[in-house]
Write a protein that binds this ligand. Structure first.
Ligand code: 4NP
Length: 159
C-alpha cells in the first residue's frame, strides 16, 4: 500500500494547521490506519520555530489532544513531496497555489473543509479573537479530520 502524505497549511502554523495535524494523527492512530503521514506548515514565516499558540494548546488539551509541533514555513518543494495539501482559508489557498509549478501540483491543493461533512469554507483565523474562536476552530477541525480520514479509507477500499 502506498503511503499518503498530507500537509495541513495555515498562515502562521501556530494555531489551525498544528491542531489539524495533531487531531488527524490522533484519529489515524486510534483507527489503527497505516500508510498515512501528516505534517503542517504556514504560508508565512513570522513564527517559525515556535510552539503552537498557548491558547490553541490549551483548547486542544481540554479535548484530550497534545500539540507538540514547531512552526515551519511551507516550502515550494512540499508541493512535490506531499500528495494532498490542505489550506485552512482562501488566502492560504491562493498563496499555496502561487507556489505551484505545474498542473499536477495544483491538483493536489484543496481547501481543508472540502472534507467537512457539514459544510465548506474557511477555518477562520482565531489569532485576534477570544476563546470562542479557538473553540470554533476545534469543532471545525475535529469533524473535518473525521471526514478526511473516512474519505481516505473509502478511496482505499478495493472496488
Ligand atoms: P494560524 O493563525 O494561521 O492559524 O497559525 C495565525 C497566527 C499568527 C498570525 C496570524 C494567524 N499572525 O498574524 O501573526
Amino acid at each position: 500500500m502506498d503511503t499518503i502524505r498530507i500537509m495541513f497549511i495555515c498562515t502562521g502554523n501556530i494555531c489551525r494547521s498544528p491542531l489539524a495535524h495533531a487531531v488527524f494523527e490522533h484519529k489515524v492512530r486510534k483507527a489503527e490506519v497505516h500508510g498515512i503521514e501528516a505534517e503542517s506548515s504556514g504560508t508565512d514565516a513570522w513564527h517559525v520555530g515556535e510552539q503552537a499558540d498557548p491558547r490553541m494548546r490549551r483548547t486542544a488539551a481540554d479535548h484530550g489532544v497534545k500539540l507538540n509541533h514547531k512552526a515551519r514555513k511551507l516550502h515550494r518543494n512540499d508541493l512535490a513531496d506531499y500528495d494532498l495539501l490542505l489550506a485552512m482559508d482562501r488566502d492560504n489557498l491562493r498563496n499555496v497555489l502561487s507556489l505551484c509549478r505545474s498542473e499536477s501540483e495544483r491538483e493536489k491543493v484543496r481547501m481543508f473543509r472540502d472534507f467537512d461533512p457539514e459544510g465548506t469554507g474557511d477555518v477562520p483565523d482565531p489569532w485576534y479573537g477570544g476563546p470562542e474562536g479557538f473553540e470554533l476552530v476545534w469543532s471545525l477541525v475535529e469533524r473535518t479530520c473525521t471526514g478526511l480520514l473516512e474519505e481516505i479509507q473509502r478511496g482505499r477500499k478495493p472496488a
